[in-house]
Design a protein around this ligand. Structure first.
Ligand SMILES: Cc1cc2nc3c(=O)[nH]c(=O)nc-3n(C[C@H](O)[C@H](O)[C@H](O)COP(=O)(O)O)c2cc1C
Length: 179
């Protein structure tokens, strides 16, 4: 058995939010906590939201974004846990509604049935977060046992900064007793 195969496998689902440019921080932190990491990105996220070459080098695996062809082997092992970071308004709402029209969404919809822990770090502007559908989506996903980090809007603070995106919180939320 290789060293990689002995580690628990974490799916990091990356959506098309600007903060995705820093997703390597989450991958580094996960690897330091002994996770083997595979990245699944939405098709929009693949279009310039993060450095895909650097992430593939970091994880030593191809990023998955489209479904494999029938008959092709599964590129990733089954997940032991899933971290969605950053999570967009779009993906959160579609996931809660049970829509599976991207590989990322299909993976998230299925993860619930697999019973693995799922942690989400939303990155959603306040104006979007006010939409009633978003609040309903959060409530539905919470009922399903999905664990959420604090809201993050990415909007400038009073001091002009944007506040830290708490990447490592996603890993903390995957602990057995976390909520
Ligand atoms: C530069 C840029 C930054 C964006 N940042 C965010 C964001 O932080 N949060 C969000 O929900 N949508 C953001 N969007 C909009 C999403 O990219 C858009 O809703 C997209 O359809 C999301 O697709 P996905 O959920 O499949 O990744 C951004 C768009 C652009 C062009």
């Amino acid at each position: 058995m290789t060293e990689q195969a002995e580690k628990p496998f974490l799916y990091v689902v990356v959506c098309a939010a600007g903060i995705a440019a820093d997703v390597s921080k989450l991958i580094t932190a996960a690897q330091e906590r002994n996770w083997d990491v595979g990245v699944i990105a939405t098709p929009v996220a693949m279009r310039g939201f993060f450095d895909t070459t650097a992430v593939e080098t970091q994880t030593r695996r191809p990023i998955r974004s489209a479904w494999r062809s029938p008959g092709d082997p599964r590129p990733f092992p089954a997940p032991d846990a899933v971290a969605v970071a950053p999570a967009t308004f779009n993906t959160i709402n579609k996931w809660a509604a049970g829509i599976a029209d991207t590989l990322a969404l299909g993976t998230l919809c299925e993860a619930y049935g697999l019973g693995v822990p799922i942690a989400v770090l939303p990155c959603v502007a306040d104006a979007l977060a006010a939409h009633p559908a978003y609040r309903a989506s959060l409530a539905r996903l919470r009922e399903m046992g999905v664990r959420f980090g604090d809201p993050y809007s990415g909007e400038p603070l009073q001091d002009g900064g944007r506040g830290e995106f708490a990447w490592e919180r996603a890993l903390d939320l995957l602990a057995p007793d976390a909520r």
